[in-house]
Design a protein around this ligand. Sequence first.
Ligand code: G3I
Ligand code: 9MR
Length: 586
Amino acid sequence: MPLRARRHAAHPFHPRRLAVLAALLGAAQGAAQGTDAIQVNQLGFLPGARKLAVVAVADGAAAARFAVRDAAGRTVLAGPLGAATTWAPSGQPVRVADFSALRTPGTYRIAVDGVGESTPFPVSADAYRALDAAAVRAYTMNRAGIALDRRVAGPYARAAGHPDDRVLVHASAASAARPARTVIASPKGWYDAGDYNKYVVNSGISTWTLLAAYAHFPAWFDALALDLPEDAGGGPRLPGLVHEVLWNLDWMATMQDPQDGGVYHKLTNQGFDGMVMPDRATAPRYVVQKTTAAALDFAATLAAASRVLARFDTAAPGRSARWLAAAERAWQWALAHPDVVYRQPDDIRTGTYGDDRLDDEFAWAAAELLAATGKAAYRDPAPAAGAARSTQPDWGDVRMLGWIALAGQERRLPDDARTARRDLLAAADTLLARWQASPYRLAMADRDFVWGSNAVALNQALVLVQAYRFTQRRDYLDAAQSALDYTLGRNPLGTSYVTGFGARAPRHPHHRPSVADGIAAPVPGWLVGGPNPGRQDAADCKAGYRSALPALAWLDDDCSYASNEVAINWNAPLVYVAAALQVLQR
Ligand code: G3I
Ligand code: 9MR
């Protein structure tokens, strides 16, 4: 088959593939769906993976053994269930089934007498390829300022929205050279989430995580067919993930004030757009307030881009040097303005990404600038005292991102790399111990069930993967696998949390295009935020949450921005972890 045709057949939104998915979903929703009391990764496993399922048991009742059945209903493996123990986040007694000995590719179910049979799942050498491609393509679907045709978007083709070629400088960001209402151009980039605004802080960690995915697993992404807008037309042909990241880096670069090197915190409407398609959202857009966090996250991300993407400079001579110069200017601005925290102006009501602790942003930016330049001046603050506040990175706690960057510099910066690895391993060991002790085999602590909890689980997996990369110790990878299992169905709700993937998956994410496009199925490849007992959207959700328990507080309703929104920073660890588990378990 010619290369082009083959790539199209594999296209995640190809009509043929969508039809197969719909058929599978239809079948799955019938008898084939299985009991949600036996919880398993609905996308399955690579042959060599650690394979766990969880059986919810009513107070120790039911059989003490499980069986694995193949597509013909034959038992291919059987074993004892672990002891029944209550998992606090769901309040349920559970028993673990370990069927890692199952290695033959095929389709299987877990069966327990008195409980039933699980949804079918595959064992396959390519278990996460389509998932990873769709998770990257979700970013394409959230691009600002571009029309997406049927070749790229299949049935989700849409007109361009938010050109952002005429953006107003908000009073909070005014300077002598750019007084309030000055018009600037700040096009491209990704919409942050279910909303259409663009925030530098969240763009930073999202873009960085995709850059790390490319840096750590280049061959995987070089071969991953994505069918992007750049695949047509005469421009340079780069790996799909690189094209995707460049779309957002081009936008980020415009968020720096060329006069002083400061960086605007966000580009936004005054209020959130209605639940409409991008081209129907035409409210004026503003760049708002320069902040220290935006400057540092910008510096870190552009420094990382200059290092990781330098080899693609042939497509754009001098680009890496320009990124690095912009990063160093932003760093200088931050040194001169070390404590400008975002304060939402009275006339702006969109997301804040506010964070009043900036020591971690300084540490991350310094680490990236050290890795990119080798200049000792960046060393003092880089390993700066202060542990990460938690065991995984998030948009407000970015210190670990710097550790990951330095940990990979063992040849150029051996001492820094050693320190960074030590600190990363300490975090990974905390996660590993929690995973080992957890009745559910999940490293999540009760307090980890926050807004975006699914991404907490996957960022924990990202940290565990780093530990595996340095030590080759198998249990780190097994614990990372468990986090992916959790987001793909081995959870107390028995649902995959990724749109379009899994027998049961979110149908109504808080995502404006998915709500407004008139297509029943949401845009595929998005990880939804997940259970969040905070339920900050309760006033907007008449349907009501069925439970307030940490791992059960999820609502598959488009009202639910606190549990069922999608976001670029949540998909990024999905892209990373799906790739890692594919590549490292071969
Ligand atoms: O920092 C406190 C912590 O000390 C406390 O223990 C914990 C207990 O709940 O709360 C922590 O604050 C939380 C904060 O995130 C930091 O994690 C807030 O409760 C929580 O409301 C806040 O949620 C953020 C949400 O915006 C509201 O600001 C999410 O992290 C963030 O992902 C989300 O981002 C939104 C954008 O604003 C707009 N675009 C969509 C995007 C996704 O929903
Ligand atoms: O749609 C908005 C979503 O992207 C944000 O994460 C969320 C929290 O900031 O807010 C959503 O907008 C809602 C607003 O906060 C309250 N009224 C209803 C809005 C849309 O459902």
